[in-house]
Design a protein around this ligand. Structure first.
Ligand code: HEC
Length: 440
């Protein structure tokens, strides 16, 4: 009887770890691979790799500390509000498995070094796990002087081919990600053969973002014909779209890369660009990017305006109405150092609320292009709400001013100013889109 009871207990609740075999590296390796390696690999944002048994066993004490505290892996979105396909937070059982493994002497078990070698070879290329079809990058290194100033550099990279390219994924190319604060890319169509895409400044370098965009305008009359726009922030890996979706790279044009480099005390060198992955078939559903709030639609309607007084915690909202039925694929909330909390949701004409994203404790260092699990239908006439709180007190550990000072928004990316922006990547809605499941 007792045995039957115990058996049904296990069937109901699973075999507890203490009854099961000793945890070895084989049991935790897939967790590191899925939740850590995207950043902890050569050339990426984290300062060391966590790929092989060797890598990981060298860092056990700190891994235990940051996994137990929840500092790693960084994941800011509130999973109770909405869950995302690219969620890299640890489940309670994954967390427990890592901690038990470390406590239990981090045994290697019968894990073979061969598997590590295979893994490293596979990793070599890109986060999209295949070689890019086209890399557009600057020719020579850009040197960031070690003068502790932040920098905005606009790089112009021409491209030319005899055919349109259908894009299914895009990622940042960078040989030194830790110096990059963020990058935006705009792809422009320059069909006119009289416009020389190779001439003009290849780099415009200023310490002020608004200055760089004015200078840029003088050089780029073609700026009106934008084919696509997106960007990279620390933590983002690859932006990829499901079957049939994507955007089209024109035959001839330029990509303007606006790079914001963090201040550095030593000279650093940087090569930046984009890796593009082509579709084998054609794009049938075009994806578009739209930016709401600072630097985008509705900037002037932010209420009250982003005029953040010292020693004040303030809440600001924005409502923007949608003009077409949309299928939303990615949401990218953005604020700077004074950001405290970010909500975005849509209210349909029938007054239903569609939750988009909630960041309960904003942390400028860990931002993300959040990829939805299933396309979200936002019907025409819905109102998208941003509801954001800023903390301009000395209690905010990220406040760049001590004592706090008035901070405003110029709709630019200068991190001394503030922003309240939601970028959405979406397609025009088609029947059944809400059932389309996106993979990781
Ligand atoms: C989004 C990118 C990202 C992911 C995913 C990520 N890390 Fe990190 N990690 C970083 C960066 C960047 C740093 C260095 C900056 C810092 O410590 O804040 C770091 C630092 C660390 C440190 C050193 C902390 C210290 O106090 O010195 C450890 C240990 C660590 N990560 C472990 C992990 C583990 C384990 C995982 C997966 C469960 C993981 N990280 C997932 C980006 C990431």
């Amino acid at each position: 009887m007792k045995r039957i009871f115990l058996l049904s207990f296990f069937i109901l609740f699973g075999i507890p770890e203490s009854f099961s075999q000793k945890i070895t590296f084989k049991d935790v390796e897939p967790i590191f691979a899925a939740k850590c390696v995207a950043c902890h690999r050569p050339g990426d944002a984290a300062p060391f790799s966590l790929i092989t048994y060797q890598d990981i066993s060298k860092k056990l004490t700190t891994i235990k500390k940051v996994v137990a505290s929840g500092y790693m892996p960084p994941w800011q979105a509130d999973n109770h509000y909405r869950q995302f396909a690219n969620d890299r937070s640890l489940t309670d059982s994954e967390k427990q498995r890592i901690l038990s493994w470390i406590d239990d002497k981090a045994s290697k078990g019968n894990y073979s070094d061969k598997s590590d070698a295979t893994k490293q070879a596979l990793l070599g290329v890109t986060a999209y796990n295949r070689k890019p079809d086209l890399t557009l990058k600057i020719d020579s290194s850009f040197i960031i002087e070690g003068d502790n100033k932040e920098r905005f550099v606009v790089f112009k990279i021409p491209f030319e081919s005899d055919q349109l390219r259908h894009i299914e994924a895009i990622e940042l190319y960078s040989n030194n990600k830790k110096v990059v604060h963020h990058i935006n890319y705009g792809f422009y169509d320059v069909a006119d053969p009289l416009v020389d895409i190779r001439s003009g400044d290849w780099a415009i370098n200023t310490t002020d973002d608004s200055e760089s965009s004015t200078k840029l305008r003088q050089h780029t009359d073609f700026k009106r014909k934008m084919a696509y726009y997106t960007g990279w922030i620390p933590g983002t890996s690859v932006e990829s779209y499901p079957k049939d979706f994507g955007w089209i790279l024109p035959k001839r044009g330029v990509v303007l890369l606006t790079a914001h480099y963090s201040p550095s005390a030593v000279d650093e060198s940087s090569i930046v660009g984009v890796n593009l992955f082509f579709r084998k078939d054609n794009v049938k559903r075009e994806v578009k990017a739209i930016s709401l709030g600072s630097g985008g639609i509705g900037e002037r309607d932010i209420n009250p305006p982003l005029f953040l007084l010292p020693n004040d915690v303030s809440r600001h909202t924005l409502q923007v109405q949608t003009r077409e039925d949309q299928s939303v694929m990615f949401v990218w909330p953005h604020m700077h150092f004074l950001g405290k909390e970010f909500y975005a949701y849509a209210v349909t004409p029938q007054k239903d609320t569609i939750k988009l994203v909630h960041i309960p404790k904003w942390d400028f260092r860990w931002q993300e292009l959040y990829k939805v699990k299933q396309l979200i239908k936002v019907p025409k006439g819905s109102v998208i709400h941003l509801d954001c709180t800023y903390d301009n007190t000395a209690d905010n550990p990220f406040n760049p001013n001590n004592p706090p000072q008035t901070v405003v928004s110029y709709g630019d990316m200068n991190s001394k100013n503030e922003m309240m922006t939601l970028l959405m990547i979406y397609s025009a809605y088609q029947e059944g889109d809400e059932n389309l499941v996106l993979d990781q």
